[in-house]
Ligand binder design. Structure first.
Ligand SMILES: [Zn+2]
Ligand SMILES: [Zn+2]
Length: 223
């Protein structure tokens, strides 16, 4: 599988080692400008996750990891709610470094946390997005982000209910304050929904035992 990065070799090399260890996937790393595949969301100074990834395909339905420094948005209605760290969409695993560099979720050019911690955040994000297609755990529940001020809801898809598992969903760097909003899992509000919260809890295997036993790789993953 191709792992295409926007001139982020350090991040890509670090993440690739863990992807091989956890999922045993054959990876080819490629640096790319990626500029022609993204659709800008000018009002938010970001890009839509629904990019023209077909322009990168060597063959139809090719799976690929794309690591970008662009800030990603799932919609263009609310700047504070519609940003995302990454997505799993149409055989493509997209991850953004934009909001992983500081102590809060604001997009930054410059890294403010230690290099090791930043690389762990990037790796956790990519492993999580791949997990959405590689792990078929029937016990997953739907996650939803709810804005406390406006009631706006952003559906986040099925996720693991074990807070010490990498497939637990993250909506921020740290759990946001209640007055800002919260995540619901299976219709119930939950806390501990920051990437750093999960990094403090996960084992070195990243996944809970149930998710580990539900990894499903058909032949399309072996290319
Ligand atoms: Zn997820
Ligand atoms: Zn799990």
């Amino acid at each position: 599988m191709r792992f295409i990065h926007q001139n982020l070799p350090e991040e890509a090399n670090y993440a690739a080692l863990e992807i091989k260890r956890v999922y045993d996937l054959p990876l080819t790393l490629e640096a790319h400008t990626l500029e022609h595949i993204f659709r800008p969301v000018p009002a938010f100074k970001g890009v839509s996750y629904q990019c023209n990834f077909q322009k990168l395909w060597h063959r139809d339905l090719e799976r690929m990891i794309i690591l970008t420094s662009h800030d990603l948005f799932a919609d263009n209605k609310s700047q504070e709610d519609d940003w995302i760290f990454g997505s799993c969409w149409m055989n493509m695993y997209l991850a953004s470094t934009a909001r992983l560099k500081g102590r809060d979720n604001k997009p930054r050019e410059k890294r403010e946390v230690s290099p090791e911690h930043y690389l762990k955040r990037v790796t956790a994000l990519i492993l999580h997005e791949l997990g959405h297609d590689l792990i078929d755990n029937p016990a997953y529940e739907q996650a939803v982000w709810i804005n406390a001020q406006t009631g706006y809801q952003l559906p986040l898809g099925p996720h693991c209910t074990n807070p010490s598992c990498l497939m637990w969903e993250c909506v921020d760097i740290r759990t946001p304050p209640q007055e800002e909003g919260w995540m619901e899992l299976g219709g119930k509000p939950v806390t501990g929904t920051g990437i750093d919260d999960v990094l403090e809890r996960v084992s070195e295997n990243w996944l809970c035992s149930q998710c580990s036993s539900c990894i499903k790789k058909d032949s399309s993953w072996k290319q």
